[in-house]
Design a protein. Structure first.
Lengths: 326, 326
């Protein structure tokens, strides 16, 4: 029997292969060149994988879901390109961001066209449930925009609660993985309960994934993670760790955490000091517990899936993401 | 019998009324506030009108096409918000642009969410031809992005030909009006020939409309037009007039026109001088001839429409646009 990693890697290779040619012949090059650069950036291809395996879990062949799988990857890339402008990020996964390699105007338009081509691909494979699939995809897009807006709002606020944070990442991150599973299941014309179970899997997996991302900002390895360790603290981002720390802290710790908000971030040499505050307050442990909590919620409904191999794959995938270092 | 202007105005009012409430209850306000500001900017609502009357021409009631009509208006607004960032425009129709009233990051995200909500509205009314309608809408979006990219490319080039210019505005402007007519006709489940005739009407109308827009930059009235007269020359844009002038000019005129490209525009006090070059070379006449040519092409296929009142409305609309001053 093949290992799950091998199955994942096989499908990831298929996605990579198709991504490598999809924009090559399109004109104008001034637009599709930078778009091609971003879609070929190495990545986990988690979202297309969710589409493919959700479709498979309700009986569809992989080959009938590739265009839809590519579609969600392009949607993801659209969010990355525009978010990187907003965050003024210079690099992503050790490569220059589009607005740094070219310019902001190019990056705006590249994001736009990636979204346009995403819709183009989305409708290609659909044979049933057209309206439901386009609606689910669009709902994911709307929520991503709302989540990004909330994230920007939170940067300016002192009093963001953990439940507000969860609400935000549901929109910014989890709505997208939920949508991937949902449209995969709809593409394969899955039963209502299957669509629901897979959607929930995607949703809770997304929340767990984002908290893990927040955690990796502190405990990750810079080379593997592809982002600067401590970057969230340096930029003063309202992550799970920060909000949890603020809620738990008193006295001097609280004062120092409030300074992060006031100064819109910390200096690099203060990183170890803040890491210690996090450790002392037990926020790393809390994050791990939350991640486990949402992972368990993700897995809860999967028993409805017919084949053991599908249930096992999704379980393996969820645990791999928890244990990931990048 | 009602005048065509009255029929147009009635439907425009319906569109305005619906636009005024559509985003009001949505959260977060940081996102939908600026989005609401832009969709409520006064405008001709030409694109929704094309959807509504194309749907009517194949037998649908207006009331069954409003969501689709609003959808194309939001798509149009998405392009305006992002284009205004790229053009660094301070005002549009005498109001501050979104990125000036708020900031660039807000404007990027506002454009994105307008596009998202456009897709949301698009699928609401559809009962037939789902896939065709979403594909046509998406094709319009892809072409708008490509057209905008070409427009940016042309700014840096000396040798843009008139046929390249027509190719660009087909994508940047005409693809959208073509799409509006097409999805209106598809929404009403029109016959293949009706869909084709209406699509062509929208396409050629769009080309005529854009050349008229270029012309108004020189002959328009600043208050009515809502944009600075001569703005295209001041910014050094490759309009129909400029490209036509460059093709026709010799000697000193050619030298002065090439200076516009080199200096990326002209100074305001040079405007009268360049207007005289345009007049002497007869480019205003050429523009008027082209506008008439494309208007006639637009009307050519309309005889297939069943009702005289529909044919007459589209004819009236085309001629109103030619004669417009804003």
């Amino acid at each position: 029997m093949k290992s799950f990693l091998k199955i994942y890697t096989e499908q990831k290779s298929q996605v990579d292969k198709k991504l490598s040619v999809i924009l090559k012949k399109r004109e104008p090059k001034s637009l599709y060149g930078p778009a091609d650069y971003i879609i070929q950036s190495p990545g986990k291809r988690l979202r297309p994988i969710l589409v493919l395996f959700s479709a498979k879990a309700v009986g569809l062949n992989f080959k009938d879901a590739y265009n839809t799988a590519l579609s969600v990857e392009l949607l993801h890339d659209f969010t990355l390109v525009h978010d990187d402008i907003m965050d003024n990020a210079d690099t992503r996964r050790n490569r220059l961001t589009v607005h740094k390699k070219w310019d902001t105007n190019t990056a705006i338009l590249v994001g736009d066209v990636l979204l346009a081509v995403a819709y183009e691909l989305l409708t290609k494979d659909i044979k049933k449930n057209e309206k439901k699939i386009v609606s689910a995809f669009t709902k994911g897009l709307v929520e991503v925009c709302e989540g990004q807006s909330l994230d920007k709002d939170y940067e300016l606020r002192k009093d963001v609660s953990l439940s507000e944070y969860i609400f935000m990442i549901q929109k910014k991150t989890a709505a997208m993985s939920e949508m991937c599973c949902k449209i995969g299941a709809l593409l394969g014309d899955g039963k209502k309960e299957e669509v629901k179970a897979l959607s929930n899997y995607g949703k809770y997996l997304g929340i767990a994934f984002q908290i893990q991302d927040d955690l990796l900002d502190i405990v990750g390895d810079e080379n593997e993670f592809g982002k600067k360790i401590g970057g969230d603290l340096i930029e003063g981002k309202k992550t799970f760790l920060f909000i949890n720390a603020l809620e738990k802290s008193k006295g001097i710790s609280k004062k120092k955490l409030l300074e992060v908000i006031k100064n819109k971030g910390i200096k690099e040499h203060e990183l170890e000091f803040y890491k210690k505050i996090y450790t002392d307050l037990g926020v790393l442990e809390s994050a791990k517990n939350e991640i486990e909590h949402y992972t368990n919620k993700a897995l809860l409904g999967l028993k409805i899936l017919k084949k053991k191999e599908d249930r096992d794959f999704f379980t393996w995938l969820a645990y791999s993401l928890i244990k990931r270092t990048n």
